[in-house]
Design a protein around this ligand. Structure first.
Ligand code: SAM
Ligand code: SF4
Length: 350
């Protein structure tokens, strides 16, 4: 029997077959999945990965067909937004096949948004095709506009290629949000000029605090820069207007009166966003994490490879969501400087 889900523009949607909206024990409806399509990356951002990061063997990854089947199952059960991420999603071979497959759900109206988070290095090759497939907005991560500093932060990345990617995405008509991790001693002084640069070109910007995820072969505490501090500094020079814009996620937004542009701030170490959390994360090996900051997970690769039918897969999704925890417990303990979780962001997807 068809069921009703109120996340569609007209307030309703038919969820077919035995499928039904995924609602967790706290009554939060899961309408958004982030899918890490690979743990690999062509950069090694120092706050994200160690220099000698070991990657998964290819046979451990879900195939593109498996990713399509799983994403389609989530959509059947009420998910309306999918973000592809990684690692670097655009280094996964054949990714555009998956994007094209998933775009059929945009065509049918079952999916409202298909998007991705990328480091931009391969974007000049793929921007047009992404737009053709119905992708409207993308997030591009960039922590500095200084080529030397960029090479250092990413351990070898080429800023010029990323800027080429930004241009290609603009020309393809994609809306862009620049994601910048605020890093004391690295880009503290660059946040303001980067914001002006982004706003001048009609791009939004979101600042992110470092999260203690995974060993990186060094300390994170030294670079931790609370966004409250950044906000105070910006407020001395600019008028920060409260904005009721809501992305459904952890970002809080202000509009900068002088530029007319929007600035988001993600402060994951505060708990303010957990109550309204509508998302879960799927790793490239098919492990579903119900919370970025907790260990609770479900092995959907095993479920998929057991030869299960669609009804069984739907039931497995519901069983997993029934275990979504209330919130996360990140702590940066400056005396120990250990990660709160041993999982890297590149595994769970940012
Ligand atoms: N490679 C793509 C990129 O960089 O956009 C997608 C994956 S990356 C893991 C997603 C986002 O997570 C990026 O914006 C990155 O800066 C952010 N990130 C990675 N490690 C982080 C950490 N430990 N704390 C906060 N943000 C982190
Ligand atoms: Fe790669 Fe993104 Fe992690 Fe940087 S933040 S190392 S680009 S996955």
């Amino acid at each position: 029997m068809d069921q009703i889900n109120s996340d569609r523009p007209d307030g309703t949607v038919a969820v077919t077959g035995g499928a039904s909206p995924l609602i967790d024990p706290l009554g939060r409806k899961i309408t958004y999945i982030r899918v890490s399509v690979t743990d690999r990356c062509d950069f090694r951002c120092f706050y994200c990965m160690g220099e000698d990061m070991e990657f998964l063997k290819r046979n451990e990854l879900l195939s593109l067909e498996e990713l399509d089947r799983l994403c389609s199952a989530f959509i059947r059960n009420g998910v309306v937004k999918i973000r592809l991420t990684g690692g670097e999603p655009l280094v996964r071979r054949g990714l555009m096949w998956l994007v094209r497959q998933l775009s059929r759900h945009l065509g049918s109206g079952a999916l409202q948004e298909l998007t991705l988070t990328t480091n931009g290095s391969q974007l000049s090759r793929f921007a047009d095709e992404l737009a053709e497939c119905g992708v409207k907005r993308i997030n591009i991560s960039m922590d500095t506009l200084d080529p030397e500093q960029f090479r250092e932060v990413t351990r070898g990345g080429d800023l010029a290629k990323v800027l080429e990617g930004v241009r290609a995405a603009q020309e393809a008509g994609l809306k862009i949000k620049i994601n910048t991790v605020a890093l004391r001693g690295v880009n503290h002084d660059e946040i303001e000029p980067m914001m002006l640069w982004a706003h001048e070109q009609g791009m939004e910007m979101t600042l992110i605090e470092t999260m203690p995820l995974g060993q990186i072969g060094g300390s994170r505490a030294d670079n931790y820069l609370p966004l409250s501090e950044v906000r105070e500094q910006l407020a001395q020079k600019y008028t920060l207007l409260g904005s009721d814009h809501c992305s459904g996620g952890p970002a809080r937004f202000v509009t900068i009166a002088e530029t007319g542009g929007r600035l988001g701030m993600i402060t994951p170490l505060s708990h303010t966003f957990c109550e309204s959390c509508n998302r879960v994360r799927l790793t490239s090996t098919g492990t579903l994490f119900m919370c970025l900051g907790q260990e609770d997970s479900a092995d959907l690769r095993q479920v998929l490879r057991s030869g299960i039918d669609d009804a069984g897969l739907d039931a497995a999704l519901h069983e997993a969501i029934a275990r979504k925890p209330k919130g996360h417990d990140f702590i940066i303990d400056r005396s120990k400087d250990e990660p709160a979780l041993n999982r890297h962001m590149s595994v769970t997807g940012g």
